[in-house]
Write a new protein. Structure first.
Ligand code: BTN
Length: 331
């Protein structure tokens, strides 16, 4: 496991934004209000995590970021400092589930943690399902944080995450995904991204939340991945207009996710709901809603103020949370 160091990430951020990628030792320590010794240690951490940093008579130069796209201090340096300055990014080779590791790290007192894994051996999906997470096939990560929302607005966390993924994939790779309520992302009708939010709730507040995001980038190799097949799935790799850099994609998603939630905290979710309704391909469709008690069919006519799905059924309008939806026609 490798983890980010906030000072190294801050230096990475400054060097990436520096004119000609170069700063003097003194200007780095002044810009970050830290000692020269701290700067030197931070530079060492960056070098260990694959940054090509050279000391020249003109200053400290950043030649290139790490080749490894989930190098933790690199991902940290891509995140906005005002929100993620204290975040610790952990990158593991293999884990049962990034959700569980994020939870453990949270128990140890960390309030903002991001956990990546190259592969998951027990990837968790919604409603107790498994999430196939083969090495080399996708982006698998969880973020543990305290959403700035009251407990009654928990569903908005799911909607914000879906919008953040949709907008990030569009901005970075020009791939337009559709959102199936509440937070499945589809490409040409096949699922490319699943999102699972698990939260601890207090009397009024959300105490903490672990949002796990899995994005299919390339299909599993049926030979190397021992017959792994994803049904009704798709992947974004071929459609993307550039090679997918998982660290940049995750940073873009996280930055957008937290911005959407902050906005929801200040306007009661109005802007988020407006954008979500405009992006949600479930609205207006005939759908089946699969609940623990059975299946209900009807027409999806709205998304309520707390993010619930409103269904027009033979027996009148019904509202649903935390259920699965199947579109009657392909998205
Ligand atoms: C779903 O659509 O059922 C949700 C899938 C969520 C998968 C992600 S991958 C990263 C994180 N770790 C897990 O074990 N699950 C989530």
């Amino acid at each position: 496991m490798k983890k980010s160091d906030p000072i190294a990430a801050a230096i990475g951020r400054v060097l990436s934004g520096a004119k000609e990628g170069r700063r003097s030792l003194r200007s780095l320590s002044e810009a970050l209000s830290i000692s020269d010794q701290d700067v030197c240690e931070g530079l060492e951490t960056l070098s260990e995590q694959g940054f090509d940093i050279r000391k020249t008579p003109e200053g400290i130069e950043l030649h290139s970021p790490p080749e490894y796209d989930l190098a933790p201090s690199y991902v940290a340096s891509l995140l906005p400092e005002d929100v993620f300055g204290d975040a610790i990014i952990h990158t593991y080779d293999t884990l049962p589930s990034t959700q569980d590791t994020a939870k453990e790290l949270g128990r140890n007192g960390n309030r903002l943690v991001v956990v990546f894994a190259e592969e998951q051996t027990k990837g968790k999906g919604r409603r107790g399902r498994r999430w196939l997470s083969c090495r080399g096939c996708g982006l698998f990560f969880s973020v543990l944080f305290k959403p700035p929302l009251p407990a009654c607005k928990l569903q908005l966390v799911n909607l914000a995450a879906a919008l953040a993924v949709k907008d990030a994939v569009s901005a970075l790779y020009s791939v337009e995904l559709s959102v199936k309520w509440p937070n499945d992302l589809l490409y040409k009708g096949g699922k490319v991204c699943g999102i699972l939010s698990e939260a601890s709730i207090g009397a009024r507040d959300i105490l903490d939340c672990r949002t796990g995001i899995g994005i299919n980038i390339v299909p599993p190799d049926p030979v190397a991945d021992e017959g792994a097949v994803l049904f009704n799935a798709n992947h974004i790799g071929e459609a993307a207009n550039a090679p997918v850099h998982r660290g940049r994609l995750a940073a873009e998603i996280l930055a957008r996710y937290f911005r959407l939630l902050d906005q929801a905290a200040s306007d009661g979710g109005q802007t988020l709901l407006y954008s979500y309704r405009a992006s949600c391909s479930t609205l207006g469709r005939d759908v089946s809603v699969i609940t623990d008690e059975g299946t209900v069919t009807g027409k999806a006519v709205g998304i309520g103020e707390d993010g619930e799905l409103l269904l027009e059924t033979e027996g009148g309008e019904m509202a649903f949370n935390a259920v699965d939806v199947v579109h009657a026609t392909p998205s």
